[in-house]
Design a protein around this ligand. Structure first.
Ligand SMILES: NC(=O)C1=CN([C@@H]2O[C@H](COP(=O)(O)OP(=O)(O)OC[C@H]3O[C@@H](n4cnc5c(N)ncnc54)[C@H](OP(=O)(O)O)[C@@H]3O)[C@@H](O)[C@H]2O)C=CC1
Ligand SMILES: O=C(O)[C@@H]1CCC=N1
Length: 298
C-alpha cells in the first residue's frame, strides 16, 4: 500500500522518538476498534504497522479478516512488536493478567500508553514494574468513541520520566482522530466522565429527541437524522463562535415561541441536573475503578 506524506512524517517522528514505527494494541474491543479505524482513516498509519492481541479466537479471526496481524498471546505480540507504541486497551480488571507479559519484557518496551478508565499512573507503575524496578515510560490517555470518525476528544497525562518526544508523538497521533489536550492526572476521572463516557449520554439524548420527533409525526429515519445533525450543528457553533452555550440557547428562543415552551418542559424534567448527575456518577465510578485497580503490594 502506498504511504502518504503524513504516514512518512509519522514514521520519522517515531524514529526520532526512539521507537519502531509500529502500534501494538493489547485488547481489540470497542475502544481499540475506534482508535484503529480513526488512525487508518487519517492516513497516518497503514494496516501493516498495526498489531493486536486479543483473548478469543473469534476476535482474532475478526481482526485477521481486516488484514491486521493478530495474536492471542500477549507475549508473542510484545516479542515481535513491543518496540513501538504499545497501547493497553483491555478493561481495568484485566490489567493484572496482561501486566505479567509486559513486566517480563520491560527492557525491550519503549513506552506503554494506557486507555484504561480510572487506573492511575502509580497503579500502572506498581503493576508493570519488573522485580528489579525497571519500568518503561507511561502515558495515560482518555480517548472516546468518535475517534473512529475523526471527531474524538482525548486527554493525556504522562509519567514524569516520559521523554517529551514520546508525549508529542502520542499527542500528534491522537490529534489526527480529534482533539487531544494535556491535563494533570488529578483531572483524569472528570475527563473520563465527561468526554470518555459522554458520547453515550449524547447518544441517549439523540435517541430521545428522535423519539420526540416520531411522537410529533416524523418518520424514524428522518427524526434520527435531524436529531443527530442538530446536535452536531449546535456543537459546532459552541466550538466555533465565541458565544456561551446559554447565549446561543437564548438566540433560538423567540419570546412566546416554540423553543421556550420546550425549554420549560426540559426544566420540568430536570434535564440539566440529570446530565450534571450523570457526569458526576461516571467520575465517581472512575475513581472507584482506580481504587479497585490499586495493587495492595508490589
Ligand atoms: N468503550 C469506550 O468508549 C471507552 C473505553 N475506554 C477504556 O478502554 C478499555 C477497553 O474498553 P472497551 O474496548 O470498551 O472493552 P471491550 O470489552 O470492548 O474490549 C476488551 C478487549 O480486551 C481483550 N482482552 C481481554 N483479556 C485479554 C487478555 N488477557 N489479553 C489480551 N486481550 C484481552 C478482549 O479480547 P476479546 O475480543 O477476544 O474478548 C477485547 O478485545 C477499558 O479500559 C476502558 O476503560 C476508554 C475510553 C472510552
Ligand atoms: O464505561 C467505561 O468504563 C468506559 C470508560 C469511558 C467510556 N467507556
Amino acid at each position: 500500500m502506498a504511504k502518504t506524506a503524513a504516514c512518512e512524517e509519522f514514521e520519522a517522528a517515531c524514529v526520532g522518538a526512539g521507537l519502531k514505527p509500529e502500534i501494538a494494541f493489547i485488547g481489540g474491543g470497542n475502544m481499540a476498534t475506534a482508535l484503529i479505524e480513526g488512525f487508518l482513516k487519517s492516513g497516518l498509519v497503514t494496516q501493516d504497522s498495526i498489531f493486536i492481541s486479543v483473548l478469543t479466537n473469534e476476535s482474532a479471526a475478526h481482526w485477521r479478516k481486516f488484514g491486521i496481524t493478530t495474536y492471542t498471546d500477549n507475549d508473542e505480540l510484545l516479542d515481535h512488536h513491543g518496540q513501538g507504541l504499545v497501547f493497553l486497551a483491555v478493561k481495568p480488571h484485566m490489567l493484572s493478567t496482561v501486566a505479567l507479559s509486559i513486566k517480563r519484557r520491560l527492557s525491550r518496551l519503549k513506552v506503554t500508553v494506557s486507555v484504561l478508565a480510572g487506573v492511575r499512573l502509580s497503579s500502572l507503575a506498581l503493576c508493570l514494574a519488573a522485580n528489579d524496578g525497571t519500568l518503561c515510560p507511561l502515558i495515560r490517555i482518555m480517548p472516546n468513541m468518535p475517534s473512529a470518525v475523526g471527531h474524538g476528544a482525548a486527554v493525556l497525562t504522562a509519567s514524569a520520566d516520559c521523554p517529551q518526544p514520546m508525549v508529542e508523538l502520542v499527542t500528534k497521533l491522537m490529534q489526527t482522530v480529534g482533539t487531544c489536550d494535556a491535563i494533570p492526572e488529578s483531572q483524569m476521572d472528570a475527563a473520563c466522565a465527561l468526554s470518555g463516557s459522554g458520547p453515550a449520554f449524547v447518544y441517549s439524548v439523540i435517541e430521545a429527541m428522535s423519539d420526540g420527533g416520531v411522537h410529533a409525526g416524523l418518520p424514524r429515519a428522518l427524526a434520527t437524522k435531524l436529531a443527530a445533525q442538530t446536535v452536531m450543528g449546535a456543537a459546532h457553533m459552541v466550538l466555533t463562535t465565541e458565544k456561551h452555550p446559554g447565549e446561543l440557547k437564548d438566540m433560538v428562543c423567540s419570546p412566546g415561541g416554540t423553543t421556550i415552551a420546550g425549554i420549560r418542559a426540559l426544566e420540568r424534567g430536570n434535564l440539566r441536573s440529570s446530565l450534571i448527575e450523570a457526569v458526576q456518577a461516571a467520575a465517581e465510578r472512575s475513581i472507584q475503578l482506580g481504587n479497585l485497580s490499586q495493587p495492595a503490594t508490589k
